[in-house]
Design a protein around this ligand. Sequence first.
Ligand SMILES: Cc1cc2nc3c(=O)[nH]c(=O)nc-3n(C[C@H](O)[C@H](O)[C@H](O)COP(=O)(O)OP(=O)(O)OC[C@H]3O[C@@H](n4cnc5c(N)ncnc54)[C@H](O)[C@@H]3O)c2cc1C
Length: 378
Amino acid sequence: MAGQNTRVIVIGGGIAGTSAALALHRAGLEVLVCEAHPRTAGDLGAFLTLASNGMKALAQIGAAEAIARVGFGLTAMNALDENGTELVKRPMGDHADPLTRFRCLRWSELTAALQTEVNAQGIELRHAAALVGLTEDGSGVTAELADGTTVTGDLLVGADGLNSVVRTLIDPKAPHPRYAGQRVFYGYTDQIAPPSEPGLITMVRGQVANFGYTISPTGQVYWFARQTADALEQVGVAPSAQLRAELIEDLRKDATPTADIVAATEGILVTNARDLPDVTQWSTERVLLIGDAAHAASPATGQGASMAFEDAVILAKALRDSENQGAALKLYEQLRRPRTQHNITASAAMTGRSGAPLPASPISDEELARQLDWESTL
Ligand SMILES: Cc1cc2nc3c(=O)[nH]c(=O)nc-3n(C[C@H](O)[C@H](O)[C@H](O)COP(=O)(O)OP(=O)(O)OC[C@H]3O[C@@H](n4cnc5c(N)ncnc54)[C@H](O)[C@@H]3O)c2cc1C
């Protein structure tokens, strides 16, 4: 159906929204992206890892080279126990090719690079354009923006993240994000050089936290700690001195470098891990949720951004290959629900909330590769 002057309004210029815009543009659709933030995007300052499946999805929409220039590559991981004993060391993902290698990068760098690509493709991206309302009928969908203006299209894609406004507009009874049971701390420091090697990310299974660290090519230690505890009332930069001191004290129970890494870090960030397991309504006739708006997982699997990139490619292909929009949205949901639900369940199991064993993947690597391959028909 591509090429029939279909106009898509994408709400949210974050990870899912920008990648969807690039994919839809590649499929020949006219796209407008509306991003609430007045500049690049709002952001905690945290970093994330992009997995090989996400990089492969980006390659399908011509964005892998741009993202491979941002941050740095990860080629191997090792895991230490609380005594600092190495339990395992193995290569990560498809590490031989820089375009499919895991990458470590700041959220802001990733969004900025994706928005630069959107602009470079000539796709319209409006900032300070927050959606506050929407209406749809047989002839189209209209988005109402906070500044009082409206925009219309044939399809509206809600890529507005975990606290999605689009989600509650299409279903006022939609669930709200839940606390996934862990606080997540982040920091960066060049004041310490813990044992590492280029491209290695070290995971420490400590007594009181899951800790990860890697060292950037410029010698900066990037670290995170996931700690099971009650949700915090205040999140963001520089938590109280007490919170920082408690984390360091807890980490000192392990014979690993983690406490010293945190002690060497000045500005610490913290957030509550949340997820969104049961969004039953992903779409209406002219509206579709993608990314965290539809299927946010807790951070443990490190797959949220990669899932959004996969969403983008499969949505664009579904619209390109289906007879009409209704059939495309149905096909999209049929393909994406099992995969994204599996990620939510696996992440919850790793976070320790469900206590369940890790579920088996609902889709083989070969079938996923086929679905993502731009040249194949869905
Ligand atoms: C602590 C933590 C660690 C994580 N670590 C990883 C990791 O290592 N690897 C990984 O792959 N994923 C990770 N994730 C998950 C990943 O960050 C998300 O899955 C990803 O950001 C989802 O992208 P999104 O575009 O759907 O939502 P977002 O990134 O939240 O983007 C939504 C965008 O919509 C905009 N917006 C919101 N409301 C409106 C509105 N009304 N109108 C217009 N625009 C609006 C926002 O400003 C924002 O730019 C982590 C998440 C957390 C919380």
